[in-house]
Design a protein around this ligand. Structure first.
Ligand code: GDP
Ligand code: MG
Length: 414
């Protein structure tokens, strides 16, 4: 079946079955086409989408035929979304949401990306910007009519109040425990403990594969071994580290330095004790003792009869898999997750955090100027700078390098 794809013969936003033929008239594939006339399309322009069988030869021949037709070229990475952004179909935070949705590997990442794509950040940032534009207008009245004692708003402390209120909201958004960034980048769980406690075995057990080398020789693990896991819908980086003990070995000492660094920067420390030698471990140096807040597990439960160990400690066996379900459940509870009564975090990238912090700084300054009855011009300038930071967040002003950064990370053709 051959249908010439003339826009007049395809109804908009409906699938039309068609054959794709090469310039010589030979059929490449039988597929579907959808026609999206602008402006009601992803980028706002006229768009034709072809749905072909995805084999490599099909795609290659289809591309060759289309490219040889002239006036056609391959899209740059993220070009479609960039055009959508430039046409005002999305703001920058929504474009980031699309990139994150494409990259999402876990439930939490998908939910967060979708929220961002649907305008969760845009709505808030635009609202804040609107409030500031109003405040700016009120301050400018005071600049233009300095003698008007009763200039609306300024004299009544209305502006100060608005700014103070917004400052509080920004602070709340910034003090979010970096939850959004953690959902996006992953939570770090460091497995630490004495040599031979079974840290590497535990990592392999949790990862479901032999990611780390396991031997009965203490000091086997030297470097930090990381595996990515989906734990209850969250991206988790599980880190296996060198066992902590006194050692003369230079390489092992460096391994321990890295282990300590990983433990310090981790969101959670999983402290592994050798259950078959709890006394020995307990008597070890301070470096090998769990700290408050660590999740302590007693490994090698298969070697110890149950009554010998305290009930509070998690008993597991990396060898037999005993207790692993309970451990995974405990880890899932300990991964900070948004609770129902808590609004989802706004910040999901460092870029957001930096611009919001900048906006807050300017607000604080504007507030201080107004408080001490300083020049309204100076306060207005600070408010303008805060508005500028919010506009940069939304991508509505001069952020060429940020755009390049955001869109270049997209896959080709999105
Ligand atoms: N019986 C038993 N042996 C284990 C268990 N976990 C690890 N081992 C053994 O303990 C030794 C050290 O394990 P490894 O994972 O390399 O410990 P690490 O030094 O803490 O990384 C190896 O011989 C493992 O086979 C366990 O749950 N039960
Ligand atoms: Mg090890």
């Amino acid at each position: 079946m051959e249908t010439r794809l003339e826009p007049s013969r395809i109804s908009a936003r409906h699938m039309t079955r068609a054959s794709l033929v090469d310039p010589e008239g030979a059929v490449i594939d039988d597929g579907l086409a959808a026609w999206f006339p602008g402006p009601a399309s992803y980028t706002g322009e006229d768009i034709l989408e072809l749905y072909l069988h995805g084999g490599r030869a099909v795609v290659e021949d289809a591309m060759d035929s289309l490219l040889s037709a002239g006036g056609v070229r391959l899209a740059e990475p993220g070009e479609f979304t960039r055009r959508a952004f430039e046409a005002g179909k999305l703001d920058l935070t929504q474009a980031e949401g699309i990139a994150d949705l494409i990259d999402a590997e876990t439930r939490a990442q998908r939910e967060q990306a979708y929220r961002q794509l649907s305008g969760h950040l845009s709505g808030k940032f635009s609202e804040w910007r609107r409030i500031l534009l109003e405040a700016l207008a009120l301050v400018e009245v005071a600049v233009d009519f300095p003698d008007e004692e009763e200039a609306p708003g300024y004299a009544h402390g209305d502006v100060r109040q608005r700014i103070g209120h917004l400052h509080t909201e920004l602070t709340r958004a910034l003090d979010d425990g970096a939850l959004g960034e953690k959902v996006r980048d992953g939570f770090r769980i460091a497995i630490i403990g004495a040599p031979n406690a079974g840290k590497s075995s535990l990592l392999n057990r949790l990862a479901g594969r032999d990611a780390a080398i396991v031997t009965d020789r203490p000091g086997t693990t030297r470097d930090v071994v990381e595996v990515r896991l989906d734990l209850g819908g969250h991206l988790v980086w599980l880190q296996d580290t060198a066992g902590l003990r006194e050692s003369e070995d230079v390489i092992e000492a460096e391994g321990m330095r890295r282990a300590r660094a990983a433990a310090e920067s981790a969101d959670l420390r999983l402290f592994v004790l050798d259950g078959s030698r709890p006394a020995a471990d307990g008597a070890a140096s301070e470096a090998v003792s769990p700290r408050p807040g660590d999740l302590v597990v007693l490994n090698k439960a298969d070697l110890v009869p149950p009554p010998d160990v305290s009930r509070e400690t998690l008993r597991v066996s990396a060898l037999t898999g005993e207790g692993m379900d309970t451990l995974v459940k405990r880890l899932m509870v300990l991964i900070p997750e948004r609770t129902a009564d808590q609004p989802p975090p706004l910040i999901t990238r460092r870029r957001h955090r930096e611009r919001l912090a900048e906006a807050r700084e300017h607000l604080a300054e504007a507030g201080a100027i107004l408080e001490r009855g300083g020049f309204a011009e100076l306060a207005a300038e600070e408010i303008r700078l805060a508005i500028r930071a919010l506009s940069q967040l939304l991508g509505s002003i001069g952020v060429e390098e940020v755009l390049g950064e955001v869109f270049s990370r997209f896959c080709i053709g999105k």
